[in-house]
Ligand binder design. Structure first.
Ligand code: TTP
Ligand code: MG
Length: 359
């Protein structure tokens, strides 16, 4: 049977909560995250701030340069988590098949639902309405027959959007989509594809499966399928994550420590962004190295407090790297992982971006 999947994602989540709770901030550029003088990054910003080119993960100092008049606020996780629980309670009125992806985002499988409502679009509309009545915040929803399409649809028209992708229109919808909008295609892959002249879903569809596999390995199969609207992944309620990691195989083997540190810092940054987005922290930092001869080693350190900050992760990674002897060896792959997570946050598993590929 064809499934009915809804993806819900709150609009400018942390910033909207702040504007709701501080009416004087409404209509203004609001930036939530690190302060410009703290070497922090933007967690998110209001739509008013986005007009200045500000976005998540941008250094707050850059955001300040783009819009010196913006209001900068620290994250208020307790409040965001309360809202997150409220919206999850609403989802559970319709189905137990709820897979939260972060505080502000979840997939719902409503093929069979507790209220016996035949139309997934009707459910999405009702959920949006109830979210607004309960939290005074808007969400955008995507409705389709699999997770990939529902996710892309929810992002299609924001804020307060509701986009439906019916099977008959799926290929057309995907075809016109810029590859950067594809869930699972990160910035690096997007750049690689653009350089090859592949800029839309239609272009992506013109690449054979073999070619995609030769370019991207196993992930190429995922790209081949989503370009055709195929995604068999199920909505899996609640899995608790044990670690968050990011690794990369280098274009060529290297033995220069400076170079390694630079790459590791990019990986640590991804891990840090991912964790900060979810209010997660960890205590054990692990460096992974695979050598040119395919043997690997890991080096770990457990620190005294729970951390998620990029610079703090890099301090440990730098020290761990310093303890490795590279004589006569070159490095093929580098990885950074944080484990021993602060489970107080109870964050579900996520397969977003390139951290854990959706396969
Ligand atoms: P998103 O849903 O990606 O962003 P958003 O809700 O702020 O805006 P949009 O309307 O485009 O959905 O992320 C949800 C929250 O996660 C966001 O409010 C803040 C946090 N976050 C980070 O802390 N760091 C990040 O890099 C990103 C992308 C999000
Ligand atoms: Mg959102």
């Amino acid at each position: 049977m064809r499934r009915k999947i809804i993806h819900i994602d709150m609009d400018a989540f942390y910033a909207s909560v702040e504007q709701r709770d501080h009416p004087e901030l409404r209509g203004k550029p609001v930036i939530v995250g690190g302060m410009p003088n703290e070497r922090g990054v933007v967690s998110t910003c209001s739509y008013e701030a986005r007009k200045f080119g500000i976005h998540s993960a941008m250094p707050s100092s850059t955001a300040y340069r783009l819009c010196p008049g913006a209001v900068f606020l620290h994250c208020n996780f307790e409040v965001y988590k309360r809202v997150s629980r409220q919206i999850r309670d609403i989802f559970h009125d319709y189905t137990e098949l709820v897979e939260p992806m972060s505080l502000d985002e979840a997939y719902l499988d409503v093929t069979e639902n507790k209220k016996g409502i035949p139309s997934a679009v009707m459910i999405a509309r009702e959920i949006k309405k109830r979210i607004f009545e309960t939290t005074r915040l808007t969400a955008s929803a995507g409705v389709s027959y699999n997770k990939f399409l529902a996710k892309v649809a929810s992002d299609y028209r924001k804020p307060d959007g509701l986009t439906v992708v019916v099977p008959e229109r799926a290929l057309e919808f995907i075809g016109s989509l810029p590859v950067g909008k594809f869930y699972g295609i990160g910035r690096v892959t997007e750049k690689k594809l653009m350089e090859m002249g592949v800029s839309t879903g239609e272009d992506l569809r013109s690449l054979s499966k073999d070619r995609l596999v030769s370019l991207f390995g196993k992930t190429g199969i995922y790209y081949f399928e989503i370009a055709r609207g195929i995604d068999g992944r199920e909505v899996t309620p609640y899995r608790i994550r044990k670690s968050v990691g990011n690794e990369t195989t280098l274009p060529e083997d290297i033995d220069d420590r400076e170079n390694m540190l630079e790459i590791l810092s990019g990986l640590a940054e991804n891990v840090s962004i991912y964790m900060e987005k979810r209010g997660m922290k960890g205590r054990t930092i692990t460096l992974k190295i695979k050598y040119g001869d395919f043997t690997s080693i890991t080096r770990s350190v457990t620190v005294g407090t729970y951390v998620s900050n990029n610079d703090i992760i890099m301090e440990s990674i730098g020290r761990l790297l310093g303890s490795v002897d590279f004589t006569g060896k070159k490095v093929r792959l580098l990885g950074v992982t944080l484990s021993n997570l602060d489970t107080a946050y109870d964050t579900p598993e996520d397969d977003e971006e390139q951290l854990v590929l959706p396969l």
